[in-house]
Design a binder for this molecule. Structure first.
Ligand code: A3P
Length: 283
C-alpha cells in the first residue's frame, strides 16, 4: 500500500478522504430533498452528473463528493441553499445513517465491470493521486481481489443490489444510457420530480454526449467546485474512450474465463438490472 492510500474498515480509500471524515459520516445531517449520486468509480458518474446539472429549472446544486476532504466537509455542505446533488463512491453500508432514515433519493449507476476494470486501469496509470501501476495484468489481479480504491466491485454492487427495489433508489445503467440516452434522461428527471419537453431532453442528449463533454474539459477544469470524484478534480483524466465493450481489447481469454467464473459465483442469483451488465453473456 502506498502513501496516497489508507484502509478504512477493510476498504482502500484515497488519503484525500480523511480517516476522521470517514469515521464521522453518520453525523452528516441529510436534508429530505438531498439527492445522492452513487457509483463505483469509472461507472459514468461525470456523465450522469452533467445530465442532472443540465435539467432546466431544476434548482439544484452539484456539491463535491461527501467523502472528499476532512471533517470540515459537513460544514461546507451546509452552505448550499439549493437542493443538493451529492456524488459519492461509498457502498450502501457506509452511506450516512441519516440519508437512509430520511429516504433521500439515490441514483445508483452501474456499468459492465469488465469495462470498469479497463477504465480504472487507465485511471490508475494517469492519476497522480493513485499508486503507479505497470501492466494491465497487474491491475487485473488487484481488481479481482478488490485491492483497489473503494474495494471490490462485487461488494459495492451487491451492497446496493439488496436495496434495488426501494422506491427512493433509481438504478441507471451506463450501457442503457448509451443505447437510449433520451429515455434514461427522462427517467432521471421524472425520478427527481422534474418535467422536461422533448426538445429540452434532446438538448441534454447533445450537451452530454461524450465528444461534447470531452471537448469542454479545458473550460470546466478551471472550476474547482466541479469536483465530482474524490480521486481527482482534473477532468482531463476522466474522458478517455466513452465506449461499451472496450474490455475486449485488454482481457486475455484466460482473464475473461476467470472473471466470468467469479461473476457467476458472486452474482448468480441476481436479477435485473444486473443482468444488463452481465459480462457472462455479452461479447
Ligand atoms: P472510459 O475510461 O471507458 O472511457 P466516472 O465519471 O465514473 O469516473 O467514469 C468515467 C468513465 O465514463 C470513462 O470511461 C469516461 O470516458 C466515461 N464517460 C464520461 N463521460 C461520458 C459520456 N458523456 N458518454 C459516455 N461515456 C462517458
Amino acid at each position: 500500500q502506498s502513501s496516497v492510500l489508507h484502509k478504512f474498515k477493510g476498504v482502500i480509500f484515497s488519503t484525500m478522504s480523511s480517516e476522521e471524515l470517514l469515521n464521522s459520516l453518520d453525523s452528516f445531517e441529510a436534508r429530505e430533498d438531498d439527492v445522492f449520486l452513487v457509483s463505483y468509480p469509472k461507472s459514468g458518474t461525470h456523465w450522469i452528473a452533467k445530465v442532472i446539472e443540465n435539467i432546466p429549472n431544476a434548482r439544484i446544486t452539484l456539491t463535491p463528493p461527501i467523502e472528499l476532504g476532512d471533517i470540515s466537509k459537513f460544514e461546507e455542505l451546509k452552505t448550499y441553499c439549493e437542493r443538493r446533488v451529492i456524488p459519492t463512491h461509498l457502498s450502501y453500508s457506509m452511506l450516512p445513517m441519516n440519508v437512509k432514515q430520511k429516504q433521500c433519493k439515490i441514483i445508483y449507476i452501474i456499468r459492465n465491470p469488465k469495462d470498469i476494470a479497463v477504465s480504472f486501469f487507465h485511471y490508475y496509470k494517469d492519476n497522480p493521486n493513485l499508486p503507479s501501476i505497470e501492466t494491465w495484468h497487474e491491475f487485473f489481479e488487484l481488481f479481482l481481489k478488490g485491492d483497489v480504491v473503494y474495494g471490490s466491485w462485487f461488494d459495492h454492487v451487491l451492497s446496493w443490489e439488496e436495496h434495488k427495489n426501494v422506491k427512493n433508489i433509481l438504478i441507471i445503467s451506463y450501457e442503457e444510457m448509451k443505447k437510449d440516452p433520451s429515455k434514461n434522461i427522462k427517467k432521471i428527471a421524472t425520478f427527481l420530480g422534474l418535467n422536461m419537453t422533448d426538445s429540452e431532453i434532446n438538448q441534454i442528449v447533445w450537451k452530454t454526449s461524450f465528444t461534447e463533454m470531452k471537448n469542454n474539459t479545458a473550460k470546466e477544469n478551471c472550476d474547482p467546485n466541479h469536483t465530482i470524484c474524490a480521486l481527482t478534480s482534473n477532468r482531463n483524466l476522466v474522458f478517455r474512450k466513452g465506449a461499451v465493450g472496450d474490455w475486449i481489447n485488454y482481457f486475455t481469454s484466460k482473464q475473461k474465463r476467470v472473471f466470468d467464473e467469479l461473476f457467476t459465483e458472486k452474482m448468480n442469483e441476481k436479477q435485473t438490472p444486473y443482468e444488463k451488465v452481465s459480462c457472462v453473456r455479452d461479447n
